[in-house]
Design a protein around this ligand. Sequence first.
Ligand code: URA
Ligand code: CA
Length: 435
Amino acid sequence: MKTIDLIRKKKEGGRLSREEIESLISGYISGEIPDYQVSALLMAIYFQGMEAEETADLTAVMASSGTMLDLTGMPGFPVDKHSTGGVGDTTTLILIPLLAAAGLTVAKLSGRSLGHTGGTIDKLESIPGFRTDLSREEFLGLVKRCGIALADHTEDMVPADRLLYELRDVTSTVDSLPLIVASIMSKKIAGGARGIVIDVKTGVGAFLRELEDSRRLARSLVAIGARLGRKISALITDMSQPLGRMVGNALEVREAIAVLNGEGPQDLEDLCCELGAELLLFSGKEHVRDKAVDALRTLLHDRSAQAKFRDLVKNQGGDPAVSDDPSLLPAADARVKILAQSSGLVVALDALAIGRAANLLGAGRFTKEDTIDPAVGIELLQKTGDRVTEGDPLAILHVNDTENLDSARTLAMEAYTIGNGPVVPPPLIVERITA
Ligand code: URA
Ligand code: CA
């Protein structure tokens, strides 16, 4: 099979077979096919797209390009959740102990942050001592014993995605639907879960802002996952304003602990129970959606999920006392209030601006090499729909390094639109997409 013939075939709108995709991916990983040919192929895919079967083949071939986890021997039904990324999205920290408390198996592989949305690994590493660099044996041992473990993505898994993503990044081919779907789903498939729920964010703080684009992505992810034999659904959820009230690593751990103690913001609790319900239904432990949501709410309020979180932290070297006493988490030196310049209703709270402001304070990375400050971030005292009086505090910046404080303060101030209303706060769950 000559690579140039496959590039031409795609360029002319043809459909690549499974064997052709296998030859391209294995040739690229081994170094036999050069970057310039794969670049041309990616651009051809960008313009010509891929059919569902072709995308499923690409996903499966990418997934098996490295080590795949086998979770068949685990005590509970293995599940996974993916989010396309949101500002202040603390869901995973709550959802994984909640699912484990419900008797499901959670072998979670996660990443670090880049851009204005945070990574779960960064957040958990703000807990003193918490380790995510587990060996494969250690990771699977914990999953088997406790139903839950969380580790960093390792180099040996889905190498095809790492290589292709780097190339897409420099060839302007990241925003191709089949390539995004294959990238996301190959990692989920390799992770071994049988039930998958995808949180596709929509709105200014999301990777895809427009509902129509979010919907297209959600439908395609669900279709490809189902073709590959997974139980899968997606919720399209609001990211026009940040989720919960905390944005920043230790601040979000604090917020997750509050939800796990039954005292967290309602939006975050609701989203965790709605996402979790999809997986509980897939596992067969519940058969009616409302009952599944109620069962999960009970596990939050009777602190069963909190106990699982404690186990997770303890198992991975962290101080389990944080789950009762969040003051053990790193805290910033200074708190700077953002005050309302006028009276009225919060008409909008721009998630992207808040995400950027938090990054300027040091909560996120601009390049892979940047280090993050776990203590800093933004606490939102007012959200969309709230009534404020001039001079009221809208938000609190948690600050260590003051270098970018002025820009962060301006961005956070501008994130709030105060007007006369009426305001209809955006629905948290916009749509549910099933196979
Ligand atoms: N997230 C991924 O993992 N891959 C993409 O291509 C886009 C978003
Ligand atoms: Ca939050």
